[in-house]
Design a protein around this ligand. Structure first.
Ligand code: ADP
Ligand code: ADP
Length: 235
């Protein structure tokens, strides 16, 4: 089965009137696949990721993780904390680091929660931070890091438990093109070497060659998809 399946996801928000953030979106993500989610601001990309990551229930439709139906309208997502913790690495638009833990400790915490002893957890965290070009920031508190550096720590934290599914909401927005490409290149490696399925919301066309496939949203609908490298194919 696919790592992630989203079937007919609809999401309405109440805000004065009803905001139709998603209007029947379906897609699948397979092991080893790096998928880009594109589309203009307000088209529903963040909402789609929150629903796929079991952080928001859909208004209609369902989400399958590893072939198992886990989310549907009215589902109790609180009960799915274990699924999220063990199977999903999520990178939010904001890094949300713990301010009194340094970079290594922020990443290692994700492992210690999973019962990895502190020593190995810190070594693994250090290796991930090195891979993201942050070796020299390993002992820095978040407040001493730039926005881009904080975001890379958040990426390392999401990768720490080796989750089969990784969802990232514009992880490169605060990064220059070299750093941004470095993050996408690490996702590419994690997909290739660990077989993770990875979906990344991105506006940035500069790293598109690293993706297997992209889908494009407009006004809450899937309007385009590409297979492989190259231009967008309208459906
Ligand atoms: P982007 O366009 O880059 O996705 P936004 O500024 O639209 O970022 O959204 C940032 C955050 O604000 C998201 O967590 C989103 O859920 C929330 N948000 C966006 N629009 C609204 C809204 N109309 N009411 C309440 N929250 C919103
Ligand atoms: P994108 O990530 O593509 O910018 P979003 O998923 O953030 O799009 O938003 C899609 C639509 O839903 C927008 O009109 C946004 O204002 C609205 N929206 C997002 N989050 C909320 C929220 N929590 N409450 C109300 N409206 C929201």
């Amino acid at each position: 089965p696919p790592v992630l399946g989203v079937d007919g996801a609809v999401k309405h928000y109440d805000g004065g009137g009803v905001v139709r953030a998603l209007d029947g979106v379906s897609f699948e993500l397979h092991a080893g696949e790096l998928l880009g989610i594109m589309g203009p601001s307000g088209s529903g990309k963040s909402t789609l990721l929150l629903i796929a990551g079991l952080l928001e229930p859909p208004t209609a439709g369902e989400v399958r993780i590893g072939g198992q139906r886990v989310s549907w309208p009215g589902a109790d997502l609180d009960g799915l904390r274990e699924v999220r913790r063990r199977r999903i690495g999520f990178v939010f638009q904001k890094p949300n680091l713990i301010p009194f833990l340094n970079a290594t400790e922020n990443v290692a915490l994700a492992l210690e929660i999973d019962d990895v002893p502190p020593g190995p957890a810190r070594r693994h965290a250090g290796g991930l931070l090195r891979a993201l070009g942050l070796a020299h920031r390993a002992s820095s508190l978040p407040a001493r890091l730039s926005g881009g550096e904080q975001q890379r720590v958040a990426v390392a934290r999401a990768l720490a438990n080796d989750p089969p599914l990784i969802l990232a909401d514009e992880p490169t927005a605060a990064l220059d093109s070299v750093r941004g490409r470095q993050v996408i290149a690490l996702f590419r490696r994690i997909a290739d070497e660990r077989g993770a399925g990875i979906a990344v919301v991105t506006h940035d066309p500069r790293a598109l060659d690293l993706f297997d496939r992209t889908i494009e949203l407009s006004d809450g609908k899937l309007v385009g998809a590409s297979t492989g490298i190259g231009g967008l194919v309208l459906q």
